[in-house]
Ligand binder design. Structure first.
Ligand SMILES: *Cc1c(COP(=O)(O)O)cnc(C)c1O
Ligand SMILES: [Zn+2]
Length: 421
């Protein structure tokens, strides 16, 4: 594998904040911080290891209203630039009483990440990857993507003035293609599914010097960005953990990192230690983790995705086994829903809470409903569901199920005849 670092400049002091090393999730072997993602001993995934020292609530609360308020807990330098209006994070945590009533839940919150700069939670992970790419001296900022990641990489790269190249499956929703192409001249549509695109990206990362692929060779840095969802939820609940949380699963990175964030907050004494259950949400048409969960097996068999939830359509999820482990260990579950249930979930969230979510959020809401109906989730406990993206990017998913109630001539009589008065 070639390096991201072009001329191997010395990393500046504190380039990665409190991060100390890359540590193998499987065997614990440690590697120096850099553009590495696989353990040289066992090929297990590398994760960031930290020495945090003391981090206080007051210190965090004094920070900006974006993800950098948690910079002490991320692999970023202390002097990271933070402009208040352009950074992701500190999105709203909404009390969802109307949806709760329909689902028969007493205490429900929606963490709404559709309001990030490019309207998905991917802006969080990209901000962390961009910081690492800059510190490593990368000249190209790139990614394979199911759509939202490409949007976030292209926009962040444009703003930072770094060349971007983003790769997507050629069958991707048109709005997600436009949402990338508007920011970059180098959107590459690949004939194949996400797993094919991902394989191609790994190959390019091995061939090209100075390319930072956010979710390939700087993946350990990228992945840490998802922790901020967990930190924010705890802080916005008044420095408390919820009892149950429902999270959509594509590669599984987000779910594992929200859990990691909760564990860090407990270890740092920032929240009280208490049990919580983690639930994973998948689409039936791409449910390798849910299938393994239900079969009670530890191995995940890759699938060929076929679902409207394209942002979740990863057939061979890198962090799938860890998702299984976390959901089982915490007493949660992994569940999946059909495309029709996903459409219904989108409309239900819209009509109860005024939030237009994309197919991933439709999946989460529909899974939440199914978990209650099947008795897997306790409706009397405090529950958080994460809305990870915006419905304007997946209009086609619901354009067949919602539309004008009537098309009429501009007369009162015509209106009265519709029965809508
Ligand atoms: C990428 C994505 C996810 C899942 O993320 P993973 O960390 O790969 O599991 C969920 N929702 C949306 C909208 C996404 O774009
Ligand atoms: Zn290892």
């Amino acid at each position: 594998m070639s390096a991201v670092v072009v001329e191997k400049p010395a990393l500046r002091e504190g380039a990665f904040g409190n991060a100390q090393a890359l540590s193998c999730r499987e065997c614990g072997h440690q590697v120096e911080l850099g553009p590495h993602y696989a353990c040289p001993e066992c090929f297990g995934p590398l994760e960031i290891a930290y020495e945090f020292g003391t981090v206080t609530r007051e210190q965090i609360e004094a920070g900006p209203r974006n993800i950098w308020r948690y910079k002490a807990l991320l692999p970023v330098p202390d002097d990271i630039e933070s402009s208040p209006n352009t950074e992701p994070g500190f999105t709203r945590l909404l009390k969802a009483d109307n949806l709760a009533a329909e689902l028969g839940i007493t205490n429900l919150w929606v963490k709404d990440d559709s309001t990030n700069p490019t309207n998905s939670f991917k802006d969080r992970v990209v901000a962390c990857a961009l910081s690492a790419a800059r510190e490593l001296g990368a000249k190209v900022f790139a990614c394979p993507s199911t759509g939202n990641l490409a949007n976030a990489v292209a926009a962040a790269g444009a703003r930072a003035g770094i060349k971007t190249v983003v790769f997507i499956p050629s069958n991707l929703e048109q709005p997600k293609q436009v949402n990338s192409a508007v920011f970059t001249e180098s959107l590459v549509a690949v004939n194949g599914n996400y797993d094919d695109v991902n394989k191609l990206a790994s190959e390019i990362a091995g061939e090209e010097e100075g390319w930072a692929f956010v979710n390939v060779n700087v993946r350990p840095f990228y992945a840490e960005g998802s922790k901020t969802l967990g930190y924010e939820i705890a802080e916005q609940l008044g420095w408390r953990l919820p009892d149950q949380i429902v999270i959509p699963v594509a590669s599984g990175s987000q779910l594992t990192k929200v859990h990691k964030a909760f564990q860090e907050l407990i270890k740092l004494g920032l929240v009280e230690d208490k049990p919580y259950k983690v639930f994973g949400a998948q689409a039936e048409g791409c449910s390798p983790v849910s299938v393994a969960y239900k079969a009670g097996v530890d191995a995940i068999r890759p699938v060929k995705p076929d679902t409207i939830a394209k942002s979740l359509a990863i057939g061979n999820p890198a962090d799938g086994i860890y998702v299984l482990d976390i959901c089982k260990q915490t007493g949660g579950a992994v569940e999946d829903v059909t495309d029709d249930e996903i459409r219904a979930g989108i409309v239900q969230l819209a009509r109860t809470e005024g939030i237009f979510t994309e197919t991933a959020g439709g999946t989460t809401v529909a899974v939440l409903k199914k978990l209650v109906e099947t008795g897997q989730l306790d409706p009397t406990l405090e529950t958080v569901a994460i809305n990870t993206g915006h419905g304007l990017k997946t209009l086609d998913a619901v354009s067949g199920s919602v539309g004008p109630a009537a098309t009429i001539d501009p007369t009162y009589a015509a209106f009265a005849a519709t029965g809508l008065a």
